[in-house]
Design a protein around this ligand. Sequence first.
Ligand code: CMP
Length: 140
Amino acid sequence: MATNRTFTMIKPDAVRNGHLGAILAQINAAGFRIVALKYTQLSTDKAGEFYAVHQGRPFYDELVQFMSSGPIVAAILEKEDAVADFRKLIGATNPAEAEEGTIRAKYASSIGENAVHGSDSDENAAMEGQFHFAGTEVFA
Ligand code: CMP
């Protein structure tokens, strides 16, 4: 059964390039409700831990450096079929393959610096949300 929550990070490139407000507005306009929100910067250790599943891949070190290179916004979002619908909203991992109008097509510059993260399963959405937020920081 699809849960109604997903987890996202608006990545350092999007924040640096001034797209934070536009991306949050597009997320809201698509019907997602923000139930947790944090403006923060990951340490290299925390970024490495978050992306531990990719450890050993050729892009892992670059990913960890990039994700800790500046502030991000982390959020838990609520909507029916949140995981699948959010992945549609952000588009393919590689912005060159992302559908027109998607967040990555509009704001991402490369597969590494791709503006936004979206959980790929209900299980990961729950784990990733808990990684960033204490229970007292989530407002149902
Ligand atoms: P994200 O959805 O946050 O999940 C894993 C991230 O790894 C992905 O977005 C990309 O930013 C990054 N990534 C995946 N494949 C590559 C690649 N081939 N080269 C560089 N970064 C990648």
